[in-house]
Write a protein that binds this ligand. Structure first.
Ligand SMILES: Cc1cc2nc3c(=O)[nH]c(=O)nc-3n(C[C@H](O)[C@H](O)[C@H](O)COP(=O)(O)OP(=O)(O)OC[C@H]3O[C@@H](n4cnc5c(N)ncnc54)[C@H](O)[C@@H]3O)c2cc1C
Length: 387
């Protein structure tokens, strides 16, 4: 079994496959866990209860499996990845957002998901979040939101996979798939040809360019996201704060991440730019003015793997038996890693999965362009919820 790509998707799949007793090699072009999976914010967002499409269901399944997934990673690696349920506040600044928040809270009540969502207004919000700018009059609190230190998760996943016997090779770029008799039989890389009965494509934003065969089934493009990291003397708040595509993520040690931009036009350029950093700082200070004196530590960009319809590619490529695709997770790859890894392991072991994968089928027509903010995300935009 060969996994192409050592990001959160490839390493999670490798860990689950190795746990199931498979012989696994992970081939990573550079160093493992240094691309999108490292660059992200680590928000584990259960998403809108008002949505019941295939991606929303996959997301809920993944979030439900997160505690067990983390327990396995930490037990196997001996590393603490600081996963915790911290809750989130979706900040409301206009009437549209308020209407969406009311709908979301009503759906939660009807679904009997008591205590998960609450609309905070006026004094209740001031008491719960005294650090917020005074003109933020309301917020939707989601008690389900969690976070993980994603760079630590990436280290831990590699250690876990290797301790289970996975062969993780770095500086090993896959240049093409080997196809014999209409079946994928292995890969070509700098070291030569490596054979395997199954190949898992998990090369993130670069997936469509892995050799000559893949682009016909997988249309993934890079979508740059930037983050600015601040250091406050003490943790200034505990919950993730969200507003549209912007968010603030407080770590346990006073670090605060402010994210994120969404820049498909940047192509494969990972740079953090003056315009990106400036817009993130403006958003951060607009909502939490007390961060003005925090120290700027670092800014970076990462390349999310985006598909045209906003859904990942997950499944067996019927036209190329032996190839399994797990890519295109866009803004939600860290959140979707547990379920994706389980699906890949099931597809390898029994050729089918308990999850309904039709919406994620490699080779599907993806001409319908949807707003990325309405899809798999670091956070779903409250103003884009269906009525
Ligand atoms: C700024 C930002 C914030 C984000 N925040 C969140 C968040 O809060 N929550 C969330 O759930 N998601 C978030 N995401 C999205 C998430 O990070 C991605 O969806 C996820 O990391 C994708 O994982 P991956 O393994 O597919 O890709 P990657 O992590 O990019 O891994 C792909 C790997 O494949 C390797 N590779 C590429 N080509 C080859 C080749 N030919 N041969 C061998 N190896 C190859 C690459 O070097 C890379 O290591 C964020 C992303 C960004 C950029």
């Amino acid at each position: 079994m060969i996994v192409i790509g050592g990001g959160v998707i490839g390493l999670s799949a490798a860990m689950r496959l190795a746990q199931a007793g498979a012989a696994v090699a992970v081939l990573e072009r550079g160093e493992t866990g240094r691309e999108s999976s490292w660059a992200g914010a680590g928000i584990i967002d259960a998403g809108s209860l008002a949505r019941n499409d295939a991606l929303a269901r996959l997301r809920r399944t993944s979030v439900a499996r997160y505690p067990d997934f983390i327990a396995d990673v930490q037990r196997l690696s001996g590393l603490d990845v600081q996963f915790h349920v911290c809750g989130s506040l979706d900040l409301i600044t206009d009437a549209n957002q308020m209407n969406s928040a009311r709908r979301e809270a009503a759906v939660a009540e009807r679904a009997g998901v008591t205590g998960a969502l609450a609309l905070l207004e006026g004094e209740a919000l001031r008491t719960a979040a005294p650090y917020l700018a005074r003109d933020v009059g309301a917020a939707l609190r989601d008690a389900r939101t969690a976070q993980v230190r994603n760079p630590r998760l990436m280290q831990a996943l590699r250690v876990a996979a290797e301790r289970l016997g996975a062969d993780v090779r770095t500086d090993c770029e896959v240049t093409d798939l080997c196809v014999e008799g209409g079946r994928v039989s292995g890969v070509r890389c700098a070291a030569g040809r490596l054979s395997a009965p199954h190949v898992v494509l998990a090369a993130g934003a670069w997936s469509s360019g892995v050799g000559q065969h893949v682009a016909a089934f997988v249309d993934v493009r890079p979508v740059r996201g930037q983050i600015v990291l601040l250091q406050a003397p003490a943790p200034p708040f505990a919950s993730v704060l969200m507003h549209g595509k912007r968010y603030l993520v407080p770590r346990c040690d006073g670090l605060v991440l402010i994210g994120s931009t969404e820049e498909p036009e940047a192509g494969f350029d990972k740079a953090a730019t003056a315009a990106g950093v400036s817009s993130l700082l403006s958003a951060g200070l607009r909502f939490v003015p007390g961060l003005a004196s925090a120290q700027v530590v670092q800014a970076w960009g990462g390349l999310r793997p985006g598909s045209r319809d906003g859904r990942p590619y997950l499944g067996i490529v019927e036209a190329l038996p032996g190839l399994i695709v797990a890519t295109g997770h866009f803004r939600g790859g860290v959140t979707l890693a547990p379920v994706t890894a389980d699906v890949v392991a099931q597809l390898v072991q029994r050729g089918s999965s308990e999850s309904d994968l039709e919406a994620f089928r490699p080779g599907r027509a993806t001409d319908r362009h949807v707003e990325h903010a309405d899809t798999g995300d670091e956070r779903p935009a409250a103003d884009k919820l269906p009525a």
